[in-house]
Design a protein around this ligand. Sequence first.
Ligand SMILES: Nc1ncnc2c1ncn2[C@@H]1O[C@H](COP(=O)(O)OP(=O)(O)OP(=O)(O)O)[C@@H](O)[C@H]1O
Length: 235
Amino acid sequence: MIYLNNVSKTYPNGTVGIKPTSLSIEKGEFVFITGNSGSGKSTLLKLMLKEVEPTHGKISINGREITKLKRRQVPYLRRDVAVVFQDFRLLPNKTVYENVAFAMQVVQASSKEIRRAVPVVLGLVGLAKKARCYPHELSGGEQQRTAIARAIVNNSPILIADEPTGNLDPSTSWEIMNLLLDINMRGVTVIVATHEREMVNLLKKREIEVSNGIIVKDTYEGGYHDEVEYREVSL
Ligand SMILES: Nc1ncnc2c1ncn2[C@@H]1O[C@H](COP(=O)(O)OP(=O)(O)OP(=O)(O)O)[C@@H](O)[C@H]1O
């Protein structure tokens, strides 16, 4: 589903984000990306989101080589890969309902589809009663639930979460992680960059650990990674 083939990223100022790396993530997986601050987690996610371009290598998602997509085609990639961030990034002047509906309007869903889908997804994230609230009237956990509802409302097969619990207290963090696990159980491939060591250890999901731009650990135990050659080439 997601393939990185010998992908590296050096930023324009010469900082190395990711050294040449190959990686595959299959449909339906739940994957943690771990590593110290500055190790390259966000760079890896941004490459998958086409927010940054690789210096070398190819990335394909759902059979499409995203490195070949033109800028104007990026909105189509967003239908395949949804994203949530640590700081929620909700529209402050729109209600919970309107924030989620807006994501559907962007992909030109009809009003009828929006009226049908938004209440369903708000129910799924446990926010049915908060539909008319504005972001500043919500707790951090509720804001993140809204962001997750907005991310999943268009039925993207992949959800990327960059430190989704970074601004939340421990019990709210668990609620959000359980919601992401729930979404994964519904068939969505979920990739979560996190510093939450305790959660990663307890949940026993696949963990890809990055250190200095290199994958130093991948706990995947299935067979298909044999096809991918892991190379740690110094630049
Ligand atoms: N736009 C940029 N320009 C130059 N260097 C960058 C840029 N973005 C990231 N870097 C550098 O690339 C390296 C990897 O950064 P990245 O943001 O991927 O780390 P991270 O593991 O996500 O860190 P954190 O956990 O603190 O978010 C770091 O050395 C960082 O300073």
